[in-house]
Design a protein around this ligand. Structure first.
Ligand SMILES: Nc1nc2c(ncn2[C@@H]2O[C@H](COP(=O)(O)OP(=O)(O)OP(=O)(O)O)[C@@H](O)[C@H]2O)c(=O)[nH]1
Ligand SMILES: [Mg+2]
Length: 450
């Protein structure tokens, strides 16, 4: 799945790799190609238009993460926008506070409802649940048998109309729910009838079933290989029956991925699971971030980006937050901070994570990476006694002279560094006060990363 899109995107990014700067013209060229790639993947054209506009806005005049090269910046923006397009944070299943949790699956004929019901049953079991299937497709004579047989394969029983003593799908569903309640099943997965098209009798039946069951999850199964048609079907269903999500079946046969990329933006409901084969284990929960990585298909660059982001943001924020709380930032901390920058790994090693490393290397040649200022500051701190580092207020004139001599720098540089530390402390105090005020309003500048 997504193979063709992945191939194209990789080609596009490869061409800007190693560029030292991305000007507006290059960004526009790249975006034009990304747009084409998405359209060829059969993504809804309006979705593509908005997607490109959002990327452009960010790529031009982006606040840059200094540790990333321009092409990495673009990849990072594309990744973030892809995640948003696919639904952002994965939505967890709404398990009922009072079981059973009811899943109602619906969809057109042959979309994969019955198969997906048993896949879901298997998945629910793997989550430690005790599911029951309900055969409520009374359109197709063989449907009940099919659900029973597939259910047996995953070790989950199917409640049938015969058991219910009725030939009405809604009554069957109702009795199945009662049965689940009285027999200790905590999940009820309801298979429904399909039609060739979205038509009135189908919608009417589903609406009545919905009213009777009050399902926690109403999941529409659509065939991913039908592309934009799947999106139109989803829209039509959602207008009549409030869906909680979409299951894309037959993703294994869809190299383009256009439906999956469009459905959230067009319908407003996220993809929750994908079917990737005929077997009962071929179902995956849908995680937008993982899928975005899969689409971009550049694990190495993405892990580099994540590493930079995480090291820079999370660790730093957490450590500083603590320091700020007690406003005790000292030279030990400053030293640790400098060393943390190095902890991201030797520059050379970071570069090696990049595809096309040899190319970059030949471009930068033997140019020294400018960390001289960092090294000087580090030398100054290392010339201090442990006591001076922890209690910088004792560093008087004669101590400064000694430190300057010890580290081989000018006296002014030592004074500047000491002043810098006190400036930082002052700033931190102010921020802590600010933060405490904001915390009263339940807000933190160090809140969870997006
Ligand atoms: N390759 C592949 N085949 C699938 C997938 N999901 C379902 N199928 C196949 O699609 C066909 C139809 O699946 P069903 O589960 O019977 O579809 P349905 O929606 O219940 O069909 P009706 O009950 O007739 O409306 C079967 O041959 C399944 O094996 C999938 O994720 N990948
Ligand atoms: Mg079926």
């Amino acid at each position: 799945m997504f193979e063709s899109l992945t191939d194209k995107l990789q080609g596009i990014f490869a061409r800007i790799r190693g560029a030292s700067r991305l000007d507006e013209k290059t960004v526009d060229e790249v975006l034009r190609e990304i747009r084409l790639a998405l359209l060829e993947a059969d993504v809804n054209f309006r979705v593509v238009k908005d997607f490109i506009a959002r990327i452009r806005e960010q790529a031009i005049g982006e606040e840059v993460l200094k540790s990333l090269t321009p092409d990495q910046q673009v990849i990072r923006i594309v990744r973030d926008e892809l995640i948003a397009l696919l639904g952002g944070e994965a939505e967890p299943i709404r398990w009922a506070a009072r079981p059973p949790t009811v899943f109602m699956l619906c969809g057109l004929q042959g979309s994969g409802k019955t198969t997906t019901c048993t896949k879901l049953a298997r998945w629910a079991k793997s989550q430690g649940r005790n599911p029951l299937l309900a055969a409520c497709d009374l359109q197709r004579p063989a449907a009940i048998k099919q659900l029973e047989v597939l259910g047996q394969q995953v070790g989950v029983p199917a409640f049938t109309p015969q058991q219910a003593g009725t030939q009405d799908p809604v009554s069957t569903a109702q009795r199945a729910l009662d049965y689940a309640r009285t027999h200790g099943y905590d999940v009820l997965i309801v298979d429904t009838a399909g039609r060739l098209q979205v038509d009135e009798p189908l919608m009417d039946e589903l609406q009545r079933m919905h009213a009777a069951l009050q399902p926690h999850e109403v999941l529409l199964v659509v065939d991913a290989t039908t592309g934009q048609e799947a999106v139109n079907v989803a829209k039509a269903f959602h207008e009549r029956l409030e869906l909680t999500g979409v299951i894309m079946s037959k993703m294994d046969g869809d190299a383009r991925g256009g439906a999956t990329l469009s459905v959230k933006a067009v319908v407003g409901k996220p993809v929750r699971f994908i079917g990737i084969g005929e077997r009962t284990d071929a179902l995956e929960p849908f995680y937008p971030d993982r899928v975005a990585s899969r689409i971009l298909g550049m694990g190495d660059v993405l892990s580099l980006i994540e590493r930079v982001e995480q090291t820079m943001q999370e660790e730093e924020a957490r450590r500083l937050e603590k320091k700020m709380r007690d406003a005790s930032f000292d030279f030990e901390d400053m030293l640790a901070q400098m060393q943390q920058i190095r902890r991201m790994g030797p520059f050379e090693q970071l570069l090696q994570l990049l595809p096309g490393f040899s190319q970059i290397k030949s471009q930068i040649g033997d140019m020294p990476i400018d960390d001289r200022a960092l090294k000087r500051a580090e030398a100054i701190i290392l010339s201090m006694t442990p006591q001076e580092r922890r209690h910088p207020e004792i560093i008087n004139y004669s101590r400064k002279v000694r430190i300057a001599k010890g580290s081989g720098v000018k006296l002014e540089e030592v004074s500047a560094l000491v002043n810098q530390l006190f400036e930082m402390r002052k700033l931190m105090k102010q921020m802590t006060k600010f933060q405490q005020r904001m915390q009263k309003r339940k807000w933190s500048p160090f809140g969870k990363r997006r």
